[in-house]
Design a protein around this ligand. Structure first.
Ligand code: AP5
Length: 218
């Protein structure tokens, strides 16, 4: 049976960092809606240009655009057995749409919430550096410094700072998270599929917890 693993948590909680590793271990494709929008933006597609209006302000992209993009992504062959979702769902309508899809396909769902205090999130986001060649290669100026200045440790690609990682937009993203996305914790808790994970520890320690939890429900 296929499965959907959902990484929940505020901006900077480590969803992308953990999803890149956990997806390999679970043999599930990593689907990040933020990365999909940034890829579209890089190619200047109409979807990318539309999404940018919202991303630059730290607001959520409207549900209908997100859902159309995600539903298309899930029809690809590599999602036949499900996937690991990072950055989706973020609103009640997105969570409900995913429920319908999962029910149609008979997939199981497990959700992990990475808990990290807001003060730590701001530090993480302001120092984050992302690889231009592959958005899932994520480093940090202090917490995961590159071996060669400005170059990704994994593939040597150029590291850059995301436009939405500036102080003003980070504040807005945190506010949007608490108002629009945090209520989903109740949604998944009520379904009995949510586990909380302390994300304010070394990445390897967080990953070990996620692996154990994901293994238990496999
Ligand atoms: P998205 O790209 O999803 O951003 P986000 O949710 O804000 O999450 P981040 O990518 O900022 O953080 P993360 O939790 O992945 O942390 P990371 O692992 O990088 O979305 C961007 C925008 O796209 C949204 O604002 C919205 O506009 C739009 N969008 C996307 N999906 C949408 C949806 N479903 N609906 C509507 N709009 C949508 O880690 C952060 C840093 O911390 C890194 O530098 C990392 O090296 C470091 N770090 C990670 N773990 C640790 C650790 N344990 N200890 C120390 N440092 C660590």
């Amino acid at each position: 049976m296929g499965r959907i693993v959902i990484m929940l948590g505020p901006p900077g909680a480590g969803k992308g960092t953990q999803a890149a590793r956990l997806s390999v271990q679970l043999d599930l494709v990593h689907v990040s809606t933020g990365d999909l929008f940034r890829e579209n933006l890089g190619r200047e597609t109409p979807l990318g240009l539309k999404a940018r209006e919202y991303m630059d302000k730290g607001a959520l992209v409207p549900d209908e655009l997100v859902l159309e993009m995600l539903e298309q992504r899930l029809t690809l062959d590599d999602c036949r057995e499900g996937c690991l979702l990072d950055g989706f769902p973020r609103t009640q309508p997105q969570a409900e749409a995913l429920e319908r899809l999962v029910a149609e396909r008979g997939w199981s769902v497990s959700a992990y919430n990475l808990e990290v205090p807001d003060g730590v999130l701001v530090e993480r986001l302001s120092g984050r550096r992302v690889c231009r060649s592959d958005g899932s290669h994520i480093q940090h100026a202090v917490f995961a410094p590159p071996r060669v200045e400005g170059r990704c440790d994994t593939c040597g690609g150029e590291l850059y700072q995301r436009d939405d990682d500036n102080e003003e937009v980070v504040g807005k993203r945190l506010e949007v998270y608490h108002r629009q996305t945090a209520p989903l914790l109740e949604f998944y808790s009520a379904r009995g599929v949510l586990s909380a994970v302390d994300g304010n520890r070394a990445p390897e320690t967080v990953l070990a917890d996620l692996q154990r939890l994901a293994g238990e429900v496999a």
